[in-house]
Design a protein. Structure first.
Length: 460
């Protein structure tokens, strides 16, 4: 019998975590964490909180980039995984039809009644890859449209519809693609008229910068696409499963019925990677048109029992605990309280988003006293002021947040969907203290900003 003991291994080697990453994984990650003071050692987590080795709690307003929709270690999801492991199912035989994938597909489609079938993969980028392949095959056309500043994943297909050059540079050639400005219906129609467009893929709320699609745009885009026999793909990898206060974000706009919908992240319960592509019956039947094509698109670990059990448990918890309604209510509370600060702080320019996906944007101050410091940071690297806010939120107030994208003065809040008024109060107290410090010339904060600026200039 093996002598492997995970608890013992972690006790013996856990303290080496940053050194191990530096030596064997992405060496820039520990370097970045050390630079901005995010090199914490978290010992355990539950719900919307982490605890460090000293027992201090940290409020998680990042949710693992949206993966932890139910928070960490939800007891129902944990029990489902214990149950499926204890059942010792004959998983992944590849030549049977186990019940769990069918049950999860049935329940997912119940939230999108205009769609008919599901493909299960292992991640959000796989869900997007599936949608791109299916759209191109079903329409017989090569080109896909996407929005500038979009993020749909980092594998080659999904990278082809990534709106940021920083991710794309050095990885060409990619798939045929064309970017359009979000909300520019004329540009979309001009491209679609060329007759080679398979689909338009869009995030109902862009993750980078937290920009919702303009009112009416999705429905108008759908009409243009369908008129020219092209498809609408909704990327709900981050916005889906209640994040924006509806089960899917496209449901905020009446009459929008995407041909393909991509989900992942929160469907996993934070345990087992899972991605899903929901689509119309005719698209699936065209892709899987004969028994010869039965495996024309598949995934080795797709629809595995643990992932399916986690997904079923997540959907059950969402219904039982009214997670979507909580995201809507708590998100409105947090966003309204933040919006109430815009007139109070000249560095705070906008608060936007839906549900518990909120963007806080900073901008050039009016007063001469603050403008010089702002200009200094902008000259070094755009986005440093937002980082100046993120760091003290963690260091002084033990709240984990993120800057919403490279070179952006926007903080994105995507906390677990289970947070309530207590967490809103804690965040508001901390955020107000940080903004007071910035506007009152807080020495430590602006000193940190100067340090970041010097580091930014040194790496140019």
């Amino acid at each position: 019998m093996s002598g492997f003991d995970l608890t013992e291994l972690l006790a013996e080697r856990g303290a080496e975590r940053y050194d191990l990453h530096s030596r064997y994984l992405n060496h820039q990650l520990p370097r970045m964490l050390h630079t901005i003071g995010f090199d914490k050692v978290y010992e355990r987590a539950e719900g919307a909180y982490f605890w460090d080795r000293e027992g201090h709690d940290y409020l998680d307003m990042l949710a693992g980039f949206g993966v932890m929709g139910l928070g960490r270690h939800h007891p129902v999801v944990r029990q489902a995984l214990h149950d499926v492991l204890d059942a010792q199912l004959p998983d992944l035989t590849r030549f049977d039809c186990p019940p769990l994938p069918g049950l999860l597909a049935e329940r997912l489609l119940g939230h999108a009644p205009h769609l008919d079938r599901v493909f299960f993969g292992n991640s959000g980028t796989e869900a997007v890859e599936t949608a791109l392949k299916f759209a191109r095959y079903a329409t017989g056309r090569p080109r896909v449209l996407y929005c500038t500043h979009a993020f749909h994943g980092l594998t080659t297909g999904s990278l082809s519809v990534n709106g940021e050059d920083g991710f794309r540079d050095g990885f060409a050639p990619l798939l045929p693609d064309t970017a359009v400005e979000m909300g520019d219906l004329e540009a979309l129609e001009r491209e679609v008229r060329r007759g080679d467009v398979a689909a338009f893929v869009v995030e109902p709320i862009q993750g980078k910068g937290v920009h919702p699609t303009p009112p009416g745009f999705l429905r108008a885009a759908q009409e243009v696409l369908h008129r020219h026999k092209a498809l609408l793909i909704a990327d709900e990898v981050q916005t889906g499963l209640g994040r924006t206060g509806d089960f899917f974000a496209y449901q905020h706009e009446d009459g929008v019925e995407p041909d393909l919908v991509c989900v992942a992240k929160a469907l996993s319960g934070g345990y087992v990677p899972v991605g899903a592509t929901l689509g119309k019956d005719w698209i699936f039947k065209k892709v899987y048109s004969s028994m010869d094509r039965v495996l024309v698109h598949s995934a080795s670990f797709g629809a595995n029992a643990q992932a399916m059990a986690a997904g079923l448990a997540v959907l059950a918890v969402m219904a039982d605990e009214e997670i979507v309604a909580n995201a809507r209510h708590t998100g409105e509370l947090l966003r309204s309280r933040l919006a109430g600060l815009v007139d109070r702080y000249e560095l705070l320019h906008d608060v936007r988003g839906r549900g518990l996906m909120i963007g806080i944007e900073f901008g050039r101050p009016a007063s001469l006293r603050l403008r010089g410091r702002w200009t200094m940071l902008q000259a070094a690297r755009k986005g440093l002021f937002a980082q100046m806010v993120v760091v003290p939120l963690l260091q002084r107030h033990r709240i984990l947040t993120q800057v919403s994208g490279d070179h952006l003065e926007v903080i994105k809040l995507i906390p677990p969907l289970i947070i309530g008024e207590r967490e809103v109060d804690r965040f508001m107290t901390a955020f107000t203290a940080v903004m007071d410090d910035a506007h009152n010339g807080g020495g430590l904060m602006w000193h940190f900003g100067r340090t970041l600026a010097k580091q930014a200039l040194s790496v140019r």
